[in-house]
Design a protein around this ligand. Structure first.
Ligand SMILES: [Fe+2]
Ligand SMILES: [Fe+2]
Length: 242
């Protein structure tokens, strides 16, 4: 499988990370930022487990169920890569604690609700995550984060594609309320007020060399992705302006 290849290269590159020359404040920031991503990737494993159960609740075809499980495995790999990077920068092994799973994890199981969740988390969330990882990959000048981000960008793009495929399938059921729920989920995201851009940070450039987009650039990229990538795709999917 194509996405397995960069992993071993990343381990090689991790050993070659020249940490001694990095200022301690930069190392600490890098470790913190990679650990933050690692926890999000770790939680994404559970999101795809939930999505798999949602697919079964609406009798989705096996190809989608297969891809959802594959995506959960990809997220395990992303969590490993990000924890490996966070640990390397920290000089200490880091890993996840117990994931809080209390409460109503699955939510309502009707097709409109499940499809709207796939719009938010997949069509929007995974699409923007893949744009972010791919730009961070291009800017990274250090081999280990660059390799990891290459893998992550490729996988997140495939996860986004899975979400768009599922939503297409769900719309084709022609069940009452699904079209409206999908349209509403896109409209809410597109109409959400933009949060103010983060100020520039003196560490931004050094962070980018280690695969970290600045908070400021992340904010811009999410807006751009939402309006230039998600919106046209949503309009094509729904066959009307959103
Ligand atoms: Fe991921
Ligand atoms: Fe993902």
């Amino acid at each position: 499988m194509g996405h397995m290849r960069p992993l071993s290269e990343t381990w090689e590159a991790l050993r070659a990370l020249e940490l001694a020359s990095l200022p301690p404040a930069l190392r600490a920031r890098l470790s913190e930022l990679w650990a933050r991503d690692a926890l999000l990737e770790h939680a994404s494993v559970a999101s795809f487990s939930k999505f798999s159960l949602h697919l079964m609740a609406v009798a989705a075809p096996p190809a989608l169920l297969h891809d959802a499980h594959q995506a959960a495995l990809d997220e395990i790999q992303h969590a490993r890569l990000c924890f490996a990077l966070a640990s390397a920068y920290a000089g200490d092994p880091l890993g996840p604690g117990p994931l809080p799973l209390e409460g109503d994890l699955l939510g309502a199981l009707d097709l409109p609700t499940i499809t709207a969740a796939a719009v938010r988390e997949g069509c929007i969330g995974e699409t923007l995550a893949s744009l972010e990882a791919s730009e961070a990959h291009e800017l990274a000048r250090t081999a280990a984060p660059r390799e990891a981000l290459g893998t992550i960008a490729e996988d997140e793009a495939r996860h986004a594609e899975l979400a768009w495929k599922f939503v297409r399938w769900a719309l084709d059921r022609n069940e009452a309320g699904t079209f409206e729920a999908v349209q509403r989920a896109f409209t809410e995201a597109l109409q959400a007020p933009a949060s103010p851009l983060a100020p520039e940070d003196p560490l931004d450039e050094a962070l980018a060399h280690h695969g970290r987009l600045s908070e400021r650039r992340r904010g811009q990229l999410w807006r751009e992705g939402l309006f230039e990538v998600v919106r046209p795709a949503a309009q094509a999917l729904l066959g009307r302006p959103v």
